[in-house]
Design a protein around this ligand. Structure first.
Ligand code: AMP
Length: 249
């Protein structure tokens, strides 16, 4: 089984994003970037499936500027075999990324495509579902556990009040949830080895995919500043404030 994994370069989750003064978006100048955390989980799962003998090759794909090579190299250091960068400076919305991934699926013919459940920068949570729709493939979203046997992939999903298990015929699309696994740390040795692994570059034009945005972002604003807290002298004072000022009890 060949596995394709989508990895996005986003603002590092430890960084507090700053909104541009003109409200047109988030300021990315001199900000630490990293692989989207859910995509790290997807790479880890693919590499584990390969280590367990269920997969033969793991190919990682990122769409974005040439700087996205750094997250592809990280994925290669984690154990992926090959990387593809779809290089573009365009503002990529989920439908465009799904279209690019569908075009790569046509070339690479994987049996499984793994994506994160959401990119932590736009919080769209749409790309995996749109990709499955474009391909007409079965999908399991928010995977908590995967098992592969006899050509069938069983995915356990965390749902309200319990766990749901679904069986998928391959080829299929799966999106990863937080508790699927804990991604490994990359060692210096593997970072060095990853430099020798193949990284091909394509463009949306070469793939015949129109990535023109379909949505216009009207405005991005900072959340309202939180009011500072106050100290109360005792429990009675707290209850009085909750009842008469906050009116929550
Ligand atoms: P989203 O629908 O934007 O929340 O993203 C969901 C998932 O789609 C991410 O976790 C990635 O696996 C994948 N994805 C989104 N944008 C990109 C991108 N530019 N390059 C590669 N994968 C992406």
């Amino acid at each position: 089984m060949k596995i394709l994994v989508a990895v996005k370069r986003v603002i590092d989750y430890n960084v507090k994003p700053r909104v541009k003064t003109d409200g047109s978006g988030v300021d990315l100048a001199n900000v630490k970037m990293a692989m989207n955390p859910f995509d790290e989980i997807a790479v880890e799962e693919a590499v584990r499936l390969k280590e367990a003998g269920a997969a033969t090759e793991v190919v990682v794909v990122s769409a974005g500027t040439s700087q996205s090579q750094d997250v592809l190299r990280t994925a290669l250091a984690m154990g992926a075999d090959r990387a593809i960068l779809v290089e573009t400076a365009a503002d990529l919305q989920p439908l465009a990324v799904a279209g690019l991934m569908a075009a790569i699926v046509e070339r690479e013919a994987p049996q499984l495509v793994l994506l994160g459940k959401q990119a932590i920068d736009n919080d769209a949570g749409q790309t995996g579902q749109k990709l499955a729709g474009l391909l007409g493939w079965p999908q399991a979203t928010f995977a908590f556990k995967t098992e592969f046997a006899d050509g069938v992939l069983t995915v356990t999903r965390e749902i309200d009040g319990g766990l749901e298990r679904v069986a998928l015929d391959l080829p299929a699309v799966v999106t990863t949830d937080l508790r699927l696994n804990s991604p490994r740390y990359v060692t210096l040795l593997n970072i060095m080895k990853a430099k020798k692994k193949p990284l091909d570059t394509l463009t949306p034009d070469a793939l015949g995919v129109d990535v023109t945005p379909r949505l216009t972002v009207l405005e991005v604003t900072e959340p309202p500043p939180r009011k500072s807290g106050i100290m109360v002298s005792d429990v009675e004072a707290l209850i009085e404030k909750l009842r008469n000022e906050a009116k929550v009890i």
